[in-house]
Design a protein around this ligand. Structure first.
Ligand code: ZN
Length: 96
């Protein structure tokens, strides 16, 4: 049996699906497996529980985020928009 060298995380896919799709899968899976910084306690202990659900193993803070990472560009943009709108209409900020 030929022992195959594992080239990258998506090496299991072989030549299928196209290069760009494989690169996107690699990027998503990299964010999925590494630990992320907790927005509550600051420790690097956030792991994914389920799609979009993230939990800090240090302080047990559970929050929603993007599917493959705790935050996404769109999520950050929406957060900014909500903050600016709250400031404009003089409502208490949602982050407090
Ligand atoms: Zn935490």
């Amino acid at each position: 049996m030929v022992r195959r060298k594992r080239v990258n995380p998506v090496g299991r896919l072989g030549v299928r699906y196209g290069r760009r799709v494989r690169l996107r899968i690699a990027a998503a899976e990299a964010g999925l497996r590494q630990k992320h910084i907790c927005q509550s306690c600051g420790f690097k202990a956030v792991t994914r529980v389920s799609v979009g659900i993230w939990n800090c193993r240090k302080c047990d803070f559970t929050f929603t985020g993007a599917a493959y990472s705790p935050t996404s560009e769109v999520g950050e943009a929406v957060k900014r928009l909500i903050r600016r709108t709250a400031e404009r209409v003089d409502l208490p900020s949602l982050s407090e």
